[in-house]
Design a protein around this ligand. Structure first.
Ligand code: ZN
Length: 385
């Protein structure tokens, strides 16, 4: 029989724990296996939120997570009355949002089992939001199960994480991701292999690359940049190109979403209504939404630049692999000729410096450094022999 846990590739070590918890949860009370607060951590793309959602499905499903019943499907689509999936598009989760959430989940579960909250970005809780959440997690006898997701345990407030059971996900292997894309998303084997390789075990990104032609052509342009660093002027141009491509990809995605959101909001407030109170109310909420959208757009551009820098690193990584005689594990097989050429003339120490410089650029960008200047400095470093 198929199960919601089937798609958690490379995570066999936690699936048994989750299944045990689901079986124990049927008694409706706490036990050693089943507890009411969990933290899922793992590298980006390892599927920590998919694991949490699968667990939520299994908790509310009469068949312990069949994936086919109404409970399982409405949980996945966000429509189950006892399951809340909190996805954050903004830079942080604020205390008001947590207070609102706590009021919503204060009711007993409608189906009599558990009420489940999946928080996909628990690392974005502000300190006051985390403290409000802590109070709820501490409450004894609650029927609510909290499933928090974060990159690492350090991203969760110590007081919260000490009350949670911790599950650490692994980066799935390239083969596991390839198989998932073929079986789940019906992607051709050649494309699945390419996408799994270039996204280095990041499931969401692999799927995006495999199904999105413009993402593939953007990536191709980025991967040409290391080959175009012949002069200072060229290096500066490469930085501009990188920022432009990353911004374009992110902006297009967020504009489509922004427009739909504003429209929906205006409809909810009665678009074209003339009542004075209604108009002022709507204007205020639209303004708030626009502010939220702006912070999300900033984050998407930053994420997109970060992704481009990670892609760039794979080129130098491949050069290093060829130098070590480990050429089977080259990620960018389509650039093999150029990789061999660079492996011939770049000293190994210089490649390590370039990889370190790229990682350092990612770090300062994460601290809100100006993207273009950071990329210019990086490209100048990459241009050096
Ligand atoms: Zn089910």
């Amino acid at each position: 029989m198929s199960s919601v846990f089937d798609d958690l590739v490379g995570q066999e070590h936690i699936i048994d724990i989750l299944k045990g918890a689901v079986a124990a949860s049927r008694t409706g009370s706490e036990s050693q296996e089943m507890t009411h607060a969990w933290v899922f951590t793992g590298p980006p793309g390892s599927g920590r939120s998919s694991a949490a959602v699968a667990f939520a499905q299994a908790l509310v499903c009469p068949n312990q997570g069949c994936g086919a019943c109404n409970e399982c499907q409405s949980t996945a689509s966000g429509g189950h009355p006892d399951v809340e999936i909190i996805r954050t598009d903004g830079l942080s989760i604020k205390v008001e949002e947590i207070r609102e959430l706590l009021t919503r989940v204060a009711w007993a579960p409608s189906m009599g089992g558990w009420r489940v909250v999946v928080m996909e970005d628990a690392d974005r809780l502000t300190e006051s939001a985390a403290n409000a959440l802590l109070k709820a997690i501490e409450e004894p006898g609650t029927r609510t199960v909290w499933l928090l997701c974060a990159p690492t345990l350090h991203d969760v407030l110590p007081t919260i994480r000490s009350r949670c059971r911790h599950l650490q996900l692994r980066t799935p292997s390239i083969d596991a991701v390839t198989q998932l894309l073929i079986n789940r998303d019906k992607i051709s084997p050649a494309m699945a292999d390419f996408a799994a390789r270039v996204s280095q075990g990041h499931i969401g990104r692999a799927r995006y690359i495999a199904t999105n032609e413009s993402a593939r052509s953007h990536r191709e342009l980025i991967m040409q940049l290391p080959l175009q660093l012949g002069s200072l002027a060229a290096a500066l141009q490469a930085a501009q190109t990188l920022v432009d491509i990353a911004t374009e990809g992110a902006t297009k995605a967020s504009e489509d979403r922004d427009e739909k959101e504003i429209e929906r909001l205006q409809e909810a407030y009665g678009k074209g209504a003339t009542g004075r109170g209604m108009a002022t109310g709507a204007a205020k909420v639209v303004k708030e939404l626009e502010k939220e959208q702006k912070s999300r757009a900033t984050r998407m551009v930053r994420d997109s630049i970060d992704g481009a820098l990670l892609d760039l690193t794979t080129f130098y990584r491949d050069v290093m692999m060829v130098q070590c005689g480990n050429s089977e594990s080259v990620i960018n097989a389509d650039m093999r000729e150029q990789i061999d050429k660079y492996a011939d003339f770049l000293p190994p120490a210089s490649i390590i410096n370039k990889i370190n410089a790229t990682m350092a650029a990612r770090q300062v960008l994460a601290l809100n450094a100006a993207p273009l200047v950071t990329c210019e400095a990086l490209m100048c470093q990459l241009a050096r022999k």
